[in-house]
Design a protein around this ligand. Structure first.
Ligand code: B12
Length: 257
């Protein structure tokens, strides 16, 4: 079986910027409600992968360029997860990848708001970074400009330790930049406020348009269908990237040197 260092080297060669390993039975994971053994009963190790976003694209103020960057980064994460799983299975281990965003559990208790595993929590336990005021994972090198993936495996790998320091210096820029006022002073997030703003071209937007159809006259229905909002929902559904906001990320100065 590969050592953790050999595996990391190969995962970095596949295009990962950050890789870390946590133990599947880590008490820190369990404390934060993460149960890798639910997804792979024989789980021993949890591999966290980070791929950096292009800060220039995220901060460009151009939603199309920002979304395109996100799309490319998710493609890279998917590729790395698939190749890592193939690598581990060639070594005789079983492994499973957790989607970086969709598909996600849409059942009425989860409503798409809870991943099969919380990548930020795994990444914090595996030493990639720590949770900032924005509630995003902040890494020393890339700040929050990193998207995450997770692979769970029965391969016994040596583990990394969580960072001793939090890169977040509580500068408050993310909180004041948030157009939805979703980030609270105590570091909690108003999920509904963030969702209604950031996902208005995703499901919340689609539901909003669909509601306009209920009992409406033909003219009103036409108005809704021929609106830029509806077309952006179509575009988001086709491209798979529906985020309308990244202000908490774009405002963060960490890792910009
Ligand atoms: C649902 C979801 C959302 C929801 C809920 C947000 C949230 N905070 O979870 C909404 C729609 C609001 C959202 C918005 C955004 N999202 Co989002 N989202 C997800 C998704 C699919 C699931 C997250 C989840 O399960 N949340 C459940 C709640 C309860 O968890 P939580 O708020 O994070 O709180 C837990 C942890 O913070 C942890 N914790 C807190 N402190 C500490 C300290 C330590 C040491 C540890 C170990 C753990 C820990 O404990 C809390 C309770 O379990 C993940 C993908 C995934 N599978 O992880 C992406 C994900 C979190 N989103 C991401 C991003 C980038 C965004 C947006 C910027 C939108 C955009 N443009 O992409 C905004 C940012 C909002 C914000 N400031 O947090 C990235 C974050 C990357 C990063 N660097 O952190 C993820 C990881 C996607 C990815 N693959 O990279 N998102």
């Amino acid at each position: 079986m590969l050592s953790a260092d050999e595996l990391k080297e190969q995962v970095q060669a596949m295009g990962a910027d950050l890789v870390g390993v946590a133990s599947a039975d880590s008490s820190l994971l369990q404390e934060h409600g993460e149960k890798p053994e639910r997804l792979l009963p024989e789980a021993q190790s949890v591999i966290s992968i980070g791929v950096a976003l292009n800060r220039t694209a995220v901060c460009s103020g151009n939603l199309i360029l920002n979304r395109y960057d996100t799309m490319c980064v998710y493609e890279r994460i998917n590729h790395i997860c698939m190749e890592t799983i193939r690598l581990l299975s060639r070594e005789g281990a079983s492994a499973i990848g957790v989607p970086p965003y969709l598909p996600v559990n849409m059942a009425s208790d989860a409503k798409g708001m809870k991943g099969e595993i919380n990548h930020k929590t795994v990444a914090a336990v595996a030493g990639l970074g720590n949770i900032g005021l924005s509630r995003l994972l902040l890494t020393p090198d890339f700040g929050p400009f990193v998207r995450l993936g997770t692979i769970i495996t029965n391969a016994p790998l040596s583990i990394d330790q969580p960072l001793e320091e939090n890169p977040c210096d509580q500068c408050d820029l993310c909180r004041t930049a948030c157009p939805a006022e979703a980030i609270q002073e105590d570091g909690t997030l108003d999920y509904r406020a963030c969702t209604n703003n950031a996902l208005r071209s995703g499901l919340p937007g689609a539901i909003g348009i669909a509601r306009k159809f209920i009992g409406a006259e033909e003219k009103e229905i036409k108005g809704a269908i021929y609106s830029p909002d509806f077309w952006d929902i179509w575009q988001s559904a086709v491209s798979g990237i529906f985020y309308n906001c990244s202000e908490c990320m774009a405002s963060c100065p960490i890792g910009s040197d």
